[in-house]
Ligand binder design. Sequence first.
Ligand code: ZN
Ligand code: MN
Length: 498
Amino acid sequence: MKPTVVVGLEVHVQLLTRTKIFCGCVNRFNPDAPNTQTCPVCLGLPGALPVMNEEAFRLSLMTAMALNCELARFTKWDRKQYYYPDLPKAYQISQYDLPFSHDGWLDVSTDDCGSRKIRINRAHLEEDAGKNTHDESGRGGDSQVDLNRCGTPLLEIVSEPDIRSAAEAKAYLEELHLLLTYIGVSDCNMQEGSLRCDANVNLHIEQDDGETIATPIVEVKNLNSFRGVEAAITYEAERQQKEFAETGRKLGDPGVEKETRGWSAERNVTFAQRGKEEASDYRYFPDPDLMPVTVSDEQITAIRESLCEFPAARRSRFEQDYGLSNYDASVIINQGEEFADYFESVAQGCGDGKQAANWVTQNVQRELNERQLEIDAFPVCTEVLSSLLKRIVDGELTVKGAREVFDELLTGHDAGTPASVDRITSIIDEKGLAVSTDTGEMDAVIDAAMAAHEKAVEDIRGGKLQAAGPLVGAVMKQLMGADPKTVRQRIIDRVKGT
Ligand code: ZN
Ligand code: MN
């Protein structure tokens, strides 16, 4: 029996506010000028008093709503005491027993497990600490402290241990990343540490007698990439299985505590760190310098009305309204809100969602990559692309012909001629790409081709329809814009009719 991997994730997200959470210092990632974005409040100097940033609280409420959380109407701030050089106050302002939100969920889907609801235990708001840099050369260099990050608004989102594989943990984090960037509460830049993740991992192992035992819980700290989360959990699951086979130690045994481990991306292993403090070690108590926060129904309604359509809802709407596969809908949604808007406008304009999806995920996406452009700077606007695709839908242009027009629009743009609907018409005329609707002309060309390919005609008559290939080729050469499927059918009809 393969053990079940049980994972809960704690995610820390920096909020995109202009200033820090309890002071007026600018909230900006700036490691090149350390200790330049500080003031008495975020330096923890005696007598300095914090004031809550309303915008940070508003962004937090938005996030909690997007995560289907219950919102507390009364919430307060607590001091979490610990000493570390990057925390000059020697306590972090956080939320302990009355977080501003709790009990939500996020839908996550993977190939193996399908779509599942991962429950969210709570989301609370706190301040970030500064950053320590240690000399790791082993030559006894200095450690340095940069307090620019001190007081950055940080949202902590804690899931229940509902995640059942490394792949599902990665998918949860990707979905969360997408949601947070979509509603604009964070840039979620993982290289800069805007989104960081701790994973609580253990195994449930079924014994021969049918009883299930659990291995001790390990918390892997500070994972800062999707791949890292997946790799660390995969590694940890194998390590715990091996350790259990060797020692038989399980959760609940005397002396077994939660273990904290680090992750080395270079060596692809987790490694032992200090033992985890119990909650009581932090000696939480309510912060006497900050007022509790109350939230009214009016505030909640106003924020709810300001929210955009969430990615998960938009993805299923794309599947329903435009007949897209889950895969295509995901590809489009994952490119961000502007890209999804672009798709939707083209789909509506041309009246064919699948055609629009093919074009934006292939032709448009490829050009964006090559040109290193965002969608809002793409030279072919939605009006022009939908006009082009409408001609395919209406049978006036083949897909191949439309591709030629598309390339020509871009070439023209590069040479200074803007892509426009009129430009489409002139390219079609210049290149003779219009699908011929004159069957008389087509029939004449087909007859000439039949005369030149007697053997093929015999074969088709005998039922070998694949023999039509060379005939289609010959006719297409003459009729540039013709639709190959129509030509092929017309050839077969004419051969059989004679
Ligand atoms: Zn400050
Ligand atoms: Mn935290």
